[in-house]
Design a protein around this ligand. Structure first.
Ligand code: PBG
Ligand code: ZN
Length: 320
């Protein structure tokens, strides 16, 4: 008889045959940075995650470095918004200040920046509005300005999350023409229009004031289209391809892993974090075990990089 249980008998043999290993090296930790001073505010729907102003963020960064987490993903929350999100390319804006602060005080920490407009526009959409919808090509022009501003401030990597067509091509050309040929781009290549982003939109105040994002983000029903999106980003020269969200889209992560010769990232988004936190608080699940199992599932699906609000907690588990 085939007896697969022989190789499950003791901890020793289980260690030897374990196929997937999570590591702190896989993690990127998102940070919400608010313009101003003396800000350290809890995000109700994301227990353990806060918005910080730069004067209050050092202990958070100390902890990230101490836990040996390699990278952070920055989101800026500006004090003023307008129709186009012009603050995104202000060389003295909250994001640009944050980049300079972190690179100066934590030079070994890898800084990835979110390149988008939704936290910066009065209407909450990811670009310029014309005729009640986001104008793709007008947004690309502003995207180039924002990208160069992040690069000049010292970002290590830029990550456009707005799902405009031609984004990678526009960013790659602008970076190359401005002396940043070595700055990598992580494409939010396959990003779905998902209800799992709810807590994030509360966190950064970026919920659209009218309509939704279905004219630019993908329909959760579509898998072939995900391949098409990834193909465009790959051909335009994205260095890393991302799938977002992660937990409900493990099939898409595996598709990309099998079909593209690029590192694959996934974004374990806010709603995925909040669900586990809420159930754990109620005592309905073992929060730590479910956290580790869900992160492991992303790695097993094919993710080389996992962007997760659990990064600090999971690092503590892995380091012990
Ligand atoms: C938008 C953006 C979103 C997230 C990051 N950047 C989603 C959205 O509002 O459409 C979601 C992150 C999360 O839920 O953790 N550019
Ligand atoms: Zn956006």
């Amino acid at each position: 008889m085939f007896r697969t249980r022989r190789l499950r008998k003791t901890a020793g043999i289980r260690r030897l045959v374990q196929e997937t290993k999570l590591s702190v090296d896989d993690f990127v930790y998102p940070l919400f940075i608010e313009e101003g001073e003396n800000v350290e505010s809890e995000i109700t729907s994301m227990p353990g995650i806060k918005r910080y102003s730069l004067d209050r963020i050092s202990k958070e960064l100390d902890e990230v470095v101490e836990l040996n987490i390699p990278a952070v993903l920055l989101f800026g929350i500006p004090s003023k918004k307008d129709e186009e999100g012009t603050e995104t390319w202000n060389d003295n804006g909250v994001m640009q200040q944050a980049i300079r602060f972190i690179k100066k005080n934590y030079p070994g920490l890898y800084v990835i920046t979110d390149v988008c407009f939704c936290e910066y526009t009065s209407h909450g959409h990811c670009g310029v509005i014309h005729n009640n919808d986001v104008d793709n090509d007008a947004t690309l022009v502003n995207l180039a300005k924002q990208t160069i501003s992040h690069a000049k401030a010292g970002a290590d990597m830029v990550a456009p999350s707005g799902m405009m067509d031609g984004t990678i091509d526009m960013m790659r050309q602008s970076l190359d023409n401005s002396g940043f040929a070595n700055l990598p781009i992580m494409g939010y290549s396959v990003k779905y229009s998902s209800a799992f982003y709810g807590p994030f939109r509360e966190a950064v105040d970026s919920a659209p004031s009218f309509g939704d994002r279905r004219t630019y983000q993908m329909d959760p029903a579509n898998r072939d289209e995900g391949m098409r999106e990834a193909t465009f980003d790959d051909q335009e020269g994205a260095d890393i391809l991302m799938v977002k969200p992660a937990m409900s889209y493990l099939d898409i992560i595996r598709d990309l892993k099998n079909n593209f010769d690029r590192p694959i990232a996934c974004y374990n988004v806010s709603g995925e974090y909040s669900m586990i936190k809420a159930a754990a608080e109620k005592g309905w699940i073992d929060g730590e075990k479910v956290m580790m199992e869900s992160l492991l599932s992303m790695k097993r699906a094919g993710a080389d990089i996992i962007i997760t609000y659990f990064a600090k907690e999971a690092a503590k588990v892995l380091n012990r």
